[in-house]
Design a protein around this ligand. Sequence first.
Ligand SMILES: [Fe+2]
Length: 294
Amino acid sequence: MTADAITPIRTYPDTTWADDGPTRGVEAVLEDGAVLSFPQLPFVLSEAERRFLDPRWADGKAKNISLRWPGGEMRGAAGGAADLAALKAMIERYADQSEALALRLFPHYRGRLKRGNTSFRPVDVAGRETSWRKDDTRLHIDAFPSNPMHGTRLLRVFCNVNPAGRPREWRVGEPFEAHAKRYLGAIPRPVPGSAWLLEMTGITKRRRTEYDHLMLQLHDRAKADAAFQQGSPQTRVDFAPGTTWVVFSDQVLHAAMGGQHMMEQTYYLDVADQLRPEASPRGTLERLLGRELR
Ligand SMILES: [Fe+2]
């Protein structure tokens, strides 16, 4: 891999979410850190559902309208009961279709993928962020201060449902290993007792491990580093409406620069359930550090 390598975008011709689509068994492509793009795989809204492509259905507190599983409760939406039921049915259909796709693309993960939130994002990307740390127009890997993952992977299936032809504008950056090497030497070990304190005070939902500490540091250092944001190896990628794309968002350096109206499904996958666990961020960090992370 050259020093200037960039996250690859792999394009596939599928036109159906169902089991009879042509692409299957591409776990290794995903695990190597590519973006899997399906430019002819739209999430189709009915005529009646098109009214939901409007930020007025968001309650103003959350930036997304989401379903939480296993119960499927809807959060972040505002409206009358009949409208909300129809909106929920639309998002639920996305959950089902994206799951069928994921299980076909990644048969090795069958029975191992855990369904996370399904979200509908009717709010424009532009101008929604309040702090540098939450600013997703800066290149980053996904890592969350309050939600330690303990190495569990974040697999995401996105689809641009913009009705006006607007693309979802992303930047993607350098591969994970190059990114980790850029900052790893400068990251101090966690302060002894800090993980316990964060957990006891409720700042984290569970114990922040050294792995979580490193991932959060990578997230924060990248977003805070203006020279990195401007000068690092990167490329712009526009996902046109009707495009579905799939990534490990804890591995792929990404930034959302623009767009409005998107569907997103999150899955969780244990590192041990990957085809090649050593290709994961945890495996990569352990190899670079020369020791096991807990
Ligand atoms: Fe992100």
